[in-house]
Design a protein around this ligand. Sequence first.
Ligand code: GDP
Length: 178
Amino acid sequence: ESDEESEQLQYKVILLGDGSVGKTSIAMRFTEDYFGKSYKQTVGLDFFVRKVTLPSEIDVTIQVWDIGGQTLGGKMINKYVYGAQAIVLIYDISNYQSFENLQDWYALVKKTFNGRLMPYVALMANKADLSHIRAVTPEMHNEFADANEMCSYFVSAKTGDNVTTTFYRVAADLAGID
Ligand code: GDP
């Protein structure tokens, strides 16, 4: 394997989920190791990039795409989703509706790919630091992940817990590394 080949590994990862679940915060935490109280309401093309080195010295550039303020009904969503190697469905453990709506987000993804090869899809529970006000139990989380055969993760963009390891895991899965 030549150097050029290993340098070309690049994965487009799209973060999907309701507004305020923490998509921008997760993207910022992973790429800048930063957590802020508010971010400008982004409209349109926003992606964040971080280069990581996986086991066996495999360099991967991870592009994390933030859909900004777009909602389930947004007309642009399919443009983002199309061409993604991975989709991370995100909800906020303190917001039940954000979990329930993942059914619709996932349905939208399946509709977009419409029989073509689906990207890798993972489930991410954010705001794990708010477990004292959790509205979604780990059982509900696991049931959804199992029913859809998704790898799933609990993270906190606020504390940084598990954010980086989750993206490494996703990239490793995409690269076919254990
Ligand atoms: P987005 O609309 O999905 O991009 O969500 P944002 O990243 O803008 O976050 C929405 C709000 O949730 C902001 O006030 C964040 O500070 C807050 N937030 C994001 N992640 C976390 C987290 O892990 N824990 C807590 N407690 N708040 C968070």
